[in-house]
Design a protein around this ligand. Structure first.
Ligand SMILES: [Zn+2]
Length: 539
């Protein structure tokens, strides 16, 4: 198999997605990330209509990229307009990119009903525009829009449009499944015929309207396409574009394809998450290969098998794509989950020890009350410590009070919390304000503790989820609060459950602070341990 080129269009087709947009600065950051990852082409945006994209082209051309070539996207000239007078073509040249990608029509329905021109003029539009761009020393990628639908309508005419582009001097032709409704078998057959007939590079561009974009892209490669177009995480209009984060590992790990430039597959998960963060889109944990749940194991028997041999339930090794295996703690947990999770968290437990059973028993009781530990590793660790009798509280609560005051319609509410606690023999009594009652409580707790445990000042609450739940053994509805905390080095989740939202939040906050203090203590002990054995190599 030839080396496969990767063509990313997140910055153009990806931006067509509902609810997605990026500033010029954001586009530049993503382009640089894609370059580091090693895609061959980065399509930066529309040359013709969009001043923001033109600004992006001007800025990106000043940067020196390691791998990627920048492509500007546009269309063939207008009907019955000489190419020299065509505004769009002029803008494409003005973008100043080494590569131009232009789309034209391959489907007669579009020629007659949308462009409202003749089949002959459409061919001339393609040929003229490609030729003009070639004369201006551009690498030209010709995007045959609706190619597969056009081919199904008339193979002769669809092939003539490609021929027109090649006569103009196109370096590559892109077969587009623009409506995203073709089947893998159709894509394979049609791409095979084109690859046999055409000497230029054949590229594939699929949309995901039938949830087949990845399958279709892989089939096209098998049929002879040597460039794949897509977007990171499959973002794109309607149901999205072909997802490069699934195509790249599919090509490499399952089809044995090589890439011209693509760096390490191990960077794939981080690239996917980077794009989510940049676009401010919630991470889809079920995404193939790179999702947080892609290698998460829940049912006890599965975990037991994975522990013996990961291949039993994992189609690839998660680290190959930079992802990781996760063991979920839940009511389905068997002893294996608990054990594996405990080991992952640095707690030593013997498989046969009665403590494993005891942890399971506690888990069951807590889950009946509405607790869930899947997003709350830190609370789970504290639970194990409690069972192992290794837990000691860092402070005693003497009481807290939370006040929310609103002085009239239109006035913002004020929140204040008072916390009284005891550390050693000393009583600390503190008050703090906050954006809301939980924030105020968090501030007051940390204010009271900082004197004794300065490290607590470094902890920040990074996420806060509330769920109203209906636990199995309760008459009233309860609130489950899961918070995520970070000290800049690590992030951890904790959970609290109560009929009272403030009490549930308090539980999660206390676990979070205690986890931080445990963690630092453990680190200090490890440090001491290594010092004491200095001279010996570290295990
Ligand atoms: Zn597209």
């Amino acid at each position: 198999m030839n080396k496969i080129q990767l063509y990313d269009t997140t910055l153009r087709d990806g931006m067509q997605a509902e609810g997605i947009s990026l500033s010029v600065a954001g586009k530049l950051r993503l382009a640089q990330k894609l370059d580091e990852f090693g895609v061959d082409y980065i399509e930066g945006g529309f040359a013709a209509s969009n001043p923001k994209d033109m600004e992006f082209f001007a800025e990106i051309m000043k940067k020196s990229l390691k791998h990627s070539k920048i492509a500007a996207f546009g269309s063939t000239r207008r009907a019955n307009t000489p190419v020299g007078e065509d505004h769009g073509t002029r803008q494409l040249l003005a973008a100043g990119t080494p590569v131009t990608t232009i789309f034209g029509k391959s489907w007669r329905l579009h020629v007659t009903d949308v462009l409202r021109t003749t089949e002959q003029e459409n061919l001339a539009m393609i040929r003229d525009t490609v030729r003009c761009l070639k004369e201006n020393k551009r690498e030209v990628i010709y995007d045959a829009e609706h190619f597969f639908d056009g081919y199904k309508d008339s193979p002769e005419y669809a092939m003539r449009t490609l021929q027109a582009a090649l006569e103009g001097g196109a370096d590559a032709v892109v077969l587009c499944d623009t409506r995203g409704g073709s089947l893998p078998s159709e894509i394979f057959d049609i791409t095979s015929s084109v690859a046999r007939a055409v000497a230029a590079t054949v590229c594939i561009h699929c949309h995901n309207d039938a949830e087949l974009a990845v399958a279709n892209s892989l089939e096209a490669v098998r049929a002879g396409a040597s460039q794949v177009q897509g977007t990171i995480n499959g973002f794109g209009e309607r149901c999205g574009n072909a997802n490069l984060c699934a195509i790249i590992p599919g090509l490499k790990l399952k089809m044995g394809a090589g890439f011209a430039r693509c760096g390490s597959l191990k960077e794939l998960t981080s690239l996917s998450r980077f794009v989510d963060t940049l676009l401010n889109i919630a991470h889809d944990r079920r995404r193939a290969y790179v999702g947080e749940s892609a290698f998460a194991h829940k049912a006890g028997m599965h975990v037991n098998a994975v522990e013996k041999n990961p291949a039993s339930f994992e189609h690839i090794r998660p680290e190959e794509v930079g992802n990781e295996r996760r063991i979920l703690i839940s009511e389905l947990a068997g002893g294996s989950n608990v054990l594996l999770k405990a080991v992952q968290m640095g707690v030593e437990m013997d498989r046969r020890s009665p403590q494993v059973k005891e942890v399971l028993h506690h888990l069951e009781l807590l889950e009946k009350k509405g607790y869930e530990f899947e997003g709350a590793d830190a609370s789970f660790k504290i639970l194990i410590q409690k069972v192992l009798k290794k837990h000691r509280p860092f402070f005693d609560l003497l009481g807290f009070r939370v006040i929310v005051e609103k002085r009239g319609r239109g006035e913002p509410p004020r929140s204040e919390a008072i916390v009284k606690l005891k550390v050693g023999g000393e009583v600390e009594h503190r008050v703090a304000e906050g954006d809301g009652p939980v924030n105020a409580l968090d501030n007051a707790l940390r204010l009271a503790l900082t004197k004794f445990y300065p490290a607590v000042a470094k902890v920040a609450l990074t996420d806060y989820h509330v769920r109203i739940i209906d636990p199995k053994e309760a008459t009233a509805a309860k609130t489950r609060v899961v918070i995520e905390s970070s000290d800049g080095e690590d992030t951890w989740g904790t959970v609290g459950v109560s009929e009272n939202i403030i009490e549930a939040s308090w539980e999660a906050l206390v676990d979070s602070v205690e986890f931080k203090l445990f963690k630092d203590e453990e680190k200090a002990q490890r440090h001491k341990g290594t010092k004491a054995q200095s001279g010996k190599p570290e295990a």
